[in-house]
Design a protein around this ligand. Structure first.
Ligand SMILES: [Zn+2]
Length: 394
């Protein structure tokens, strides 16, 4: 998703706000329908049924009818996706949306002529009912834009984000298989021995960020100074995010070009990152330590890299169970926790094979070896009987 600052005229701003209100209204209706559902009743209405209800509601209410049908329908589609994510266990249950918080709507079926460049600094995009809305041309708009999302942040700033699925990178046809272990200290280790690192903020930028954060802590709530400092902090964080995304694009393209089959760990990142706080009944342990690890995982851009690989090498990415990949020797197959000499070093206690711990794990992932338990069935399994590989959902 590439995001650009949108600059609607006051009239257009009013129309965009109405689109947001409609999308929110429809979304909240869907949330309510699903919230009032109880086990034993007939199932809550699905997307198609909700679309029929929307048509009926538009026929009945003029204010809804005056809005864009596409905006309202896409809100239902977003909700259906959110429910699917919830049932898949990767996301939380979709919740109520409040006015002024995370407002936005989505436009689909975008035609090539609907986004155009005006001059060096400005472009414009066609939004239903609002017409051509100008945006800052801060970088090239990706080719083949199929949909975009218009959002309004809490500060009242508008943005447009263009979604484009990148063209698949063709397989090199060399039969090469690579395993990737995604770690915290090193962003990605390849079974070839390469260690890829996400560029973060430079030392000077980090110093500046810390200074700004101290300043922010001292600034009075609601003061002008607080606003200025907050913006400066947000700018630095945005720079870090941009660098991470850029790195993911380059790394994923490079890997998709060089290898026919790409093996990654089948990790549920969202579940891993989820707060360790737990519930009142079952409070979590190691909360602070886990929070630190979470920050590391987010910064290393795991999820984005896997998603980009999937986009660029469809059908060539295989998910391998990550169980014990860090304890198994990629040379002899012996599994022992003691072989993991340190966070960085793996030295097999059986055959004395030694290598970078993340690279060792990547080699196990490449081999598709999912060892079920220490010394268990997985180790004895013949090498030609690979454990079941699960393809990423499309
Ligand atoms: Zn060994």
């Amino acid at each position: 998703m590439s995001r650009y600052r949108l600059a609607p005229s006051p009239q257009q701003g009013a129309i965009l706000l109405r689109h947001c209100a409609h999308a929110r209204y429809v979304w909240n209706l869907a949330v309510e329908q699903h919230a009032s559902w109880r086990p034993g009743r007939t199932s809550a209405p699905g997307y198609l049924e909700q679309c029929r209800q929307l048509t009926a509601a538009r026929a009945e209410h003029a204010w809804l009818r005056e809005g864009s049908q596409m905006v309202q329908q896409q809100a239902l589609r977003d909700f259906a996706q959110a429910m699917a994510n919830f049932f898949a266990g990767t996301h939380r249950r979709p919740r109520w949306r409040k006015a002024g918080r995370g407002e936005g709507f989505r436009i689909v079926a975008v035609k090539p002529g609907d986004v155009r460049r005006l001059n060096r600094h400005w472009g414009e995009v066609r939004v239903p009912k609002a017409g051509w809305v100008r945006f800052r041309w801060s970088r090239a708009v990706p080719d083949g834009v199929k949909s975009f999302r218009v959002t309004r942040d809490r500060a009242g700033r508008w943005h447009v984000g263009f979604a484009a699925v990148p063209d698949p990178v063709s397989a090199p046809g060399n039969g090469n298989v690579v395993g990737i272990d995604r770690g915290v200290a090193v962003s990605a280790a390849l079974s070839t021995g390469e260690l890829l690192r996400v560029p973060g903020l430079t030392g000077r930028e980090q110093v500046r960020l810390r200074r700004l954060q101290r300043k922010l802590a001292r600034a009075r709530r609601g003061s002008n100074r607080r606003g200025t400092v907050k913006t400066a902090v947000a700018k630095l964080s945005a720079r870090e995010t941009d660098r991470r995304k850029d790195w993911c694009e380059k790394a994923s393209t490079g890997i998709a070009r060089r290898f026919d089959v790409i093996c990654v760990e089948d990790l549920n990142i969202r579940a891993m990152v989820r707060s360790a706080r737990g519930t009142a009944d079952a409070p979590g342990r190691n909360v602070a330590a886990k929070a630190g690890l979470n920050r590391g995982i987010r910064r290393s851009g795991w999820g984005i890299l896997a998603r980009r690989l999937q986009d660029k090498a469809p059908g060539r990415v295989e998910r391998v169970s990550p169980a014990f990949t860090s304890q198994r020797c990629s040379a002899c197959g012996h599994s022992a926790a003691e072989s993991r000499e340190s966070q960085a070093l793996f030295r097999c206690v059986a055959c004395t094979f030694a290598c970078n711990a993340d690279v060792n794990a990547a080699r196990n992932i490449a081999a598709g070896h999912a060892v079920t338990a220490r010394g268990g069935l997985g180790v004895a399994r013949p090498a030609n009987r690979e454990p079941q590989l699960v393809l990423l959902p499309g």
